[in-house]
Write a new protein. Structure first.
Length: 485
C-alpha cells in the first residue's frame, strides 16, 4: 500500500504498486485467471466511468462559459447601440484566448458601458427637467402650450445626437424665456440676470466645442471610409457641408456593413462545405447571426473577424487533409456495411435462384459481397488503430459529426460480435436438431413422403425432379449461414 497518499505526482507508481500487491494476493489465494480478468475489467470500467464523468463536467463548464461570454457580448452590443458609440473595441482571437480570459475581458467593458449609460440617463433627465420647467414658465405668458407635455426617457436611444437635439430645444426655450423676461423687466440687471447670461454663454461655448469635436470625428470617419471604399474626388466634393458629410458617413457605413456581411457569408459557406465533407463541426463563433450582430454593433474590427474565419478555414483544411486516409477507410467500411445489408435481403429472397433476367448479375454481386463482408472486422480493427494513432499524434479525440469515432466503431464491433454469436448458436441448434432427427430415423425408420412416389417423372429437358430438388437443397444449405438475421 506504499505511495497511496504521496500526491498526484505518484499516481502511476501507486497504481502499479497496488496492482502488484493485488497480483501477489491472487497468487497466495490461488485465484483463477477468469476471476482475475473479471476484476481487472471491472477496475478498467470504473476508471473509464470516472474519466467520462470528469469529461462531462468539464464540457458542461465550457458550455456555461460559452453562454456567459455570448450573453455579455450581447449586452455590450445592446449598450453600444443604445449609446450610439460605434467605436471599434478590439478583441483577441477567440481561437487563442481561453473562455475565462474572454469573460474577464468583456466584464470590465460591460461595466464601463453600464456606467456610461447611467451618466447619459442623468444628462437626459437634467435636460428634460429644464425643458419642462421652462415650458411651464412660458405657459404663463402665452395662451397656447406646445411644450408642456411630459417627456419620457427612451433608454434604447441615448445617443449624443438625441441629447444634442434636446439641448437645442432647451436653448431655444431659454432664449424665448429671456425674451419674455426682457419684455416684463427690461430694466432688471440683478445678479440673477447676470448669472443667467453667464450660464447661457457657457452653454453656447460648450455647444460650440461639441460641434467642433463632432465635425472633427465625422471628417476622420469620412476620410477613413473614402480611403477604404476608393471614392473619387468628384464624389468627395459634394460633401463639403457638415450635414452632407454626416449623411455620407452613414451611407458608406451601411454599404460597408452590407459588403462585409456578404464576404463573411461566403467565407462561412466555404467553411461549412469543408467541414461537411470532412464530417467536422464548424466553430459557432463565426455563425452568420453572431457575425452580423457584431458587425452592426461595431464592437470588433472587421479585419480581425475576417482573419478569424480565414484561420478557421485553414485549420479545417489542415484537419480535413490529416483525416483523409481515415475518411477513405470509413467510406469503404460504410460501403461494405451497405453490401452486407443488401446480402441479407438477398439471402431472404426465396426466388433468388430463379432463372429470371439479371439473376446471374445478382449472383456475382452476392459472391463479391460475401467476400467483402468477411473483411469488415479487419476494416473496423484497422480503423480503430488508425484513429488511436491520429488522436495520440494530435492529443485530441477524432470527432465524426460531433461524436467520437472510436466510440462508434467499438459499439459497432460489440454489436457485430453479439450478432455473430447469435448466428453461431442458431447453427449449433440446427445441427443438434439434425443429429436428433437422424437418430430418430435410425431407430424408428423414415416414412416415405407421398410426393416422392412421383419422383420417376421426368423434369424439363429430361432431368429427374429428384436431382433438381437435390441441387436446390445443396444450394440452400451452402447459403444457409448467411441467411440468418
Amino acid at each position: 500500500m506504499v505511495g497511496i497518499g504521496a500526491g498526484l505526482g505518484m499516481e502511476a507508481t501507486s497504481c502499479g504498486a497496488l496492482l502488484s500487491e493485488l497480483q501477489q494476493i491472487w497468487a497466495e489465494v490461488g485465484e483463477s485467471e477468469g476471476e482475475k480478468n473479471k476484476v481487472l475489467s471491472e477496475i478498467e470500467r470504473e476508471c473509464l466511468q470516472v474519466y467520462r464523468r470528469k469529461v462531462d463536467d468539464a464540457n458542461q463548464t465550457r458550455v456555461q462559459l460559452h453562454q456567459s461570454v455570448a450573453t455579455k457580448e450581447a449586452e455590450v452590443a445592446s449598450l453600444i447601440a443604445a449609446l450610439g458609440e460605434h467605436k471599434l473595441y478590439f478583441k483577441k482571437d477567440k481561437c487563442v484566448v481561453p473562455l475565462k480570459e474572454q469573460l474577464a475581458a468583456v466584464v470590465p467593458l460591460l461595466e464601463k458601458l453600464q456606467g456610461k449609460k447611467e451618466e447619459r440617463i442623468k444628462l437626459f433627465s437634467g435636460v428634460q427637467s429644464q425643458i419642462e420647467k421652462i415650458s411651464s414658465e412660458l405657459s404663463e405668458y402665452s395662451t397656447h402650450d406646445d411644450s408642456a407635455n411630459s417627456l419620457v426617457i427612451d433608454e434604447n436611444d441615448l445617443s449624443t445626437r438625441k441629447l444634442n437635439s434636446y439641448q437645442a430645444e432647451l436653448r431655444a426655450l431659454q432664449k424665448e424665456s429671456l425674451h419674455q423676461n426682457g419684455l416684463e423687466q427690461s430694466t432688471n440687471i440683478s445678479n440673477s440676470t447676470l448669472e443667467n447670461l453667464a450660464r447661457t454663454i457657457s452653454n453656447l461655448k460648450a455647444e460650440r466645442k461639441s460641434r467642433i469635436n463632432k465635425m472633427r470625428e465625422t471628417m476622420e470617419s469620412l476620410c477613413q471610409l473614402w480611403k477604404l471604399m476608393d471614392s473619387t474626388e468628384e464624389e468627395r466634393k459634394q460633401f463639403n457641408k457638415l450635414m452632407s458629410m454626416e449623411a455620407e458617413v452613414e451611407r458608406i457605413t451601411k454599404l460597408k456593413a452590407s459588403r462585409l456581411k456578404e464576404i463573411f457569408m461566403e467565407k462561412r459557406l466555404e467553411l461549412e462545405e469543408i467541414c461537411k465533407n470532412a464530417h467536422i463541426e464548424p466553430d459557432a463563433s463565426t455563425a452568420p447571426e453572431h457575425t452580423n450582430a457584431m458587425i452592426d454593433s461595431g464592437i470588433i474590427d472587421p479585419s480581425e473577424l475576417l482573419a478569424n474565419i480565414e484561420s478557421q478555414i485553414l485549420k479545417a483544411k489542415e484537419e480535413s487533409l490529416s483525416r483523409k486516409d481515415i475518411m477513405d477507410r470509413i467510406n469503404k467500411w460504410i460501403t461494405a456495411c451497405d453490401e452486407e445489408a443488401w446480402l441479407e435481403e438477398y439471402n431472404q429472397d426465396s426466388k433468388r435462384y430463379s432463372a429470371g433476367r439479371g439473376a446471374h448479375i445478382h449472383l456475382r454481386r452476392a459472391e463479391k459481397a460475401r467476400i467483402l463482408v468477411t473483411k469488415i472486422p479487419a476494416m473496423v480493427d484497422n480503423l480503430i488503430n488508425r484513429t488511436f494513432a491520429w488522436e495520440n499524434a494530435r492529443n485530441k479525440p477524432l470527432l465524426y459529426d460531433g461524436g467520437r469515432l472510436v466510440s462508434v466503431l467499438e459499439e459497432y464491433r460489440l454489436n457485430r460480435e453479439q450478432k455473430e454469436e447469435e448466428k453461431r448458436r442458431y447453427r449449433d441448434q440446427k445441427k443438434l436438431e439434425s443429429i436428433l432427427l437422424k437418430e430418430k430415423e435410425a431407430i424408428f425408420g423414415s416414412k416415405p413422403s407421398p410426393k416422392r412416389t412421383i419422383s420417376l417423372n421426368r423434369g424439363t429437358n429430361g432431368i429427374p425432379f429428384a436431382r433438381m430438388n437435390l441441387g436446390l437443397t445443396v444450394k440452400y444449405l451452402v447459403s444457409l449461414p448467411n441467411n440468418q438475421h
